[in-house]
Design a protein around this ligand. Structure first.
Ligand code: NDP
Length: 519
C-alpha cells in the first residue's frame, strides 16, 4: 500500500479543474490559470506523518554530521543541476520575476544546503564551559546540543524555497526529522525539493511535506517538538498560543514595516536605486522589503525625482525568462486588496501618487498591482503604519535625522531597517538607535543572504531568529553535563550540618565576594 507521503507526491495533478475540501487548486498568479492540485491533509494524516517521522529520526541522527552532510551536499549539487526546473516551478506558483526566483529562492537554497552541511558540526560541537564558582571548580562542565526529534516548519507563500523549505535545512542538518506545511498558495516547490532530497539519498520519512490549509498547520503544532513559523503576526500569535498548550517551543518570523532613512549626506543615487529595488523586489512581498522611506529635507526633492524616474521605467509583467520583466505578479490574490486599501486610504488623506496606483494589468488575468510611488504621506495613513507587503514606496520628508529615527521607531514592528549616509560612523550610530532586529547601512535586504548573521525581529516582528549559530541550536535540546572527576568520599558542607563548617563557609564567601564598595 502506498504511504501517505507517496500519495502526496503522486497526486500532484495538473488536469483537474476545481479545488474542494480534499484538494487545493494551485494557480499561477501571473495568469490566473490552475496549474496543479495537491491534497489537503487531515489531522489524522498529519498524525500518521508524525509517527513516521519519529520512527525514522533515530537512524537519521545516527548517521552523524558527516552522513547527513553528504545528503545535503548532494542536494546542493541537485539544486545547481536543476536550476531551471526549480526557478520555473517557483515562478509558476508565485508569479514572480525570473531574477527574483533565481536570487532569493534558488540561489539561497543552493547556498543554504552547503552552509548547513558545513557548519552544523562546528555550531553544534560540545562546548567546554569554565566556572568562577568555588563550589564546582575543577569539575568538567560541558554544554551539548542534541536534536529535539521532530520539527514542524510552517511556511508562507512569498519565498517557497527560502523561508519555507529553507528552514527545514538546519533542522535536518542537526539530526531532526521535519514535517513542512507549505502555504496552500505555493506547495509545488516544496514537493519538487522533497523529490530532489529523495533522489539524493534522504531516507523516506525524514523530510515530509504536509500540504493543506491553515487547519493542517494547526494540526501539525500538536505533534512536533518545536515549531518554526513564518507568516503574519496574527497567525503567529495563534501558533504560539496553541504551542503553549503542549509547552512546545516556537520560533516566529512575522511581519515587518521596514523603514529606510536617507540622511542629508547620503549618496542619493544609490539610496534611490536601492529604495526602488528593495521595495519592488518580489513585488514587495518580502518580510524585509523597504516599506516606508524618511528623507531629510535637503535631499528630498532629488531623491523623489530619481525614485520616480526609476520606478516609471519598471516593466511590470509576467516574466518569460532572464531579463524579460522587472516586477512580477502578486502571489496572493488577497494581498492585492490590502495594497489597494492602503493606496486608497493614503489618497483619501492627502497623499499624491507619482507612479502607478492601480490594481490589475492590461491584457492579463491573475493578481497584479502596479509599482507605486506615494508622497505627502504621514503616520495617519495605513501605508506608513501597517504592513503593505506589495509594490509600493511611500516617501515622507523629515526635518532631520532625529525625526527620522522617531518615526522609524513609531511602529509595532521591528524586523529590518536601513540607513543611508556617506558618513559611516554616523550611519552606524543611527542604525544602533533603531528598534529592529536587522539594520543595514547603505544597503537593504541583502543581510538575509549572510547565513552567518542572525536574522529575526524585535517587537511584533517575531520571537527568535534564523541563521547563525542560534539558527541551528534552536532545533536542539541543550544539555549541560557536569562531571566530577576527583572527589572526596564525603564533603565537609554535607550532612550532618556542622556549625563550624557553616560559619567558616560564610567567612570564605564574605572574603571572596564582600570586598567591593557599596557606593
Ligand atoms: P499566514 O500567517 O496566515 O500564513 C502563514 C502559514 O501559516 C501558511 O502556511 C498558512 O497556511 C499557515 N496557517 C494559517 N493559519 C494557521 C494556524 N491556525 N495554525 C498553523 N498554521 C496556520 O499568512 P497569509 O498567507 O494569510 O498572509 C497574511 C499576511 O502575512 C500578509 O498580508 C503579510 O502581511 C504577512 N506575511 C508575512 C510573511 C513573512 O515573510 N514574514 C510571509 C507571508 C505573509 P495557509 O497558507 O494554507 O493558510
Amino acid at each position: 500500500m502506498a504511504t501517505k507521503e507517496q500519495a502526496i507526491e503522486s497526486s500532484v495533478d495538473s488536469t483537474a479543474p476545481n479545488a474542494d475540501a480534499t484538494r487545493i487548486a494551485v494557480e499561477n498568479p501571473a495568469t490566473g490559470e490552475v496549474i496543479a492540485h495537491v491534497p489537503v491533509l487531515s489531522p489524522d494524516d498529519v498524525a500518521a506523518l508524525a509517527r513516521r517521522g519519529r520512527a525514522v529520526q533515530p537512524a537519521w541522527k545516527a548517521l552523524g554530521f558527516e552522513g547527513r552532510s553528504r545528503v545535503l551536499l548532494r542536494m546542493q549539487k541537485w539544486m545547481t543541476d536543476h536550476a531551471e526546473r526549480v526557478i520555473e516551478v517557483v515562478m509558476s506558483e508565485t508569479g514572480k520575476a525570473y531574477e527574483d526566483a533565481q536570487l532569493a529562492d534558488w540561489a539561497y537554497g543552493v547556498a543554504a544546503f552547503g552552509f548547513w552541511a558545513k557548519n552544523a558540526e562546528p555550531y553544534l560541537a560540545d562546548e567546554k564551559v569554565s566556572t568562577a564558582s568555588p563550589f564546582v571548580k575543577g569539575r568538567k562542565l560541558v554544554l551539548r546540543h542534541t536534536p529535539l526529534g521532530l520539527i514542524g516548519v510552517i511556511g508562507p507563500w512569498n519565498y517557497p524555497v527560502t523561508n519555507s523549505f529553507g528552514d527545514a535545512i538546519p533542522a535536518l542538518a542537526a539530526g531532526n526529522a521535519v514535517i513542512l506545511k507549505p502555504s496552500e498558495i505555493t506547495p509545488l516547490t516544496s514537493l519538487l525539493l522533497l523529490e530532489g532530497l529523495h533522489e539524493c539519498g534522504m531516507p523516506e520519512g525524514v523530510m515530509q511535506v504536509a500540504t493543506g490549509y491553515g487547519d493542517t498547520g494547526a494540526a501539525l503544532i500538536d505533534h512536533v517538538d518545536m515549531v518554526m513559523f513564518t507568516g503574519s503576526t496574527a497567525t503567529g500569535k495563534r501558533v504560539m498560543a496553541q504551542a503553549a498548550e503542549t509547552l512546545t517551543p516556537v520560533s516566529l518570523e512575522l511581519g515587518g514595516k521596514d523603514p529606510m532613512l536617507v540622511l542629508a549626506d547620503a549618496d542619493v543615487d544609490r539610496a534611490a536605486n536601492l529604495a526602488v529595488q528593495y521595495s519592488m523586489f518580489n513585488a514587495g512581498q518580502s518580510c524585509i522589503s523597504v516599506e516606508r522611506v524618511y528623507v531629510e529635507e535637503p535631499v528630498y526633492d532629488a531623491f523623489v525625482a530619481k525614485v520616480t524616474e526609476k520606478a516609471r521605467a519598471l516593466r511590470n509583467d509576467a516574466s518569460t525568462g532572464p531579463g524579460t520583466a522587472d516586477v512580477g505578479a502578486m502571489t496572493f490574490s488577497n494581498q492585492v486588496e490590502i495594497v489597494e486599501r492602503h493606496v486608497e486610504d493614503a489618497k483619501a488623506k492627502g497623499a499624491k501618487v507619482l507612479v502607478g496606483g492601480h490594481r490589475g494589468h492590461a491584457g492579463r488575468s491573475g493578481s497584479w498591482f502596479e509599482p507605486t510611488v506615494l508622497v505627502d504621506v504621514d503616520h495617519t495613513m495605513a501605508c506608513m503604519t501597517e504592513e503593505t507587503f506589495g509594490p509600493t514606496l511611500p516617501i515622507m520628508k523629515v526635518a532631520d535625522a532625529e525625526e527620522a529615527v522617531r518615526l522609524a521607531n513609531d511602529s509595532p514592528y521591528g524586523l529590518g531597517a536601513s540607513v543611508f549616509s556617506k558618513d559611516l560612523d554616523k550611519g552606524e550610530a543611527v542604525a544602533r538607535r533603531l528598534e529592529a532586529g536587522a539594520v543595514c547601512v547603505n544597503d537593504a535586504l541583502v543581510n538575509y543572504l549572510a547565513l552567518e548573521l542572525p536574522m529575526g525581529g524585535a517587537k511584533a516582528s517575531g520571537v527568535g531568529y534564523r541563521h547563525g549559530k542560534g539558527g541551528i541550536t534552536k532545533f536542539c535540546q541543550h544539555q549541560s553535563i557536569l562531571v566530577t572527576r576527583f572527589a572526596l568520599k564525603d564533603e565537609p558542607q554535607m550532612y550532618p550540618y556542622k556549625k563550624g563548617v557553616t560559619k567558616g563557609l560564610q567567612k570564605a564567601i564574605r572574603f571572596l565576594y564582600g570586598r567591593g564598595k557599596r557606593s
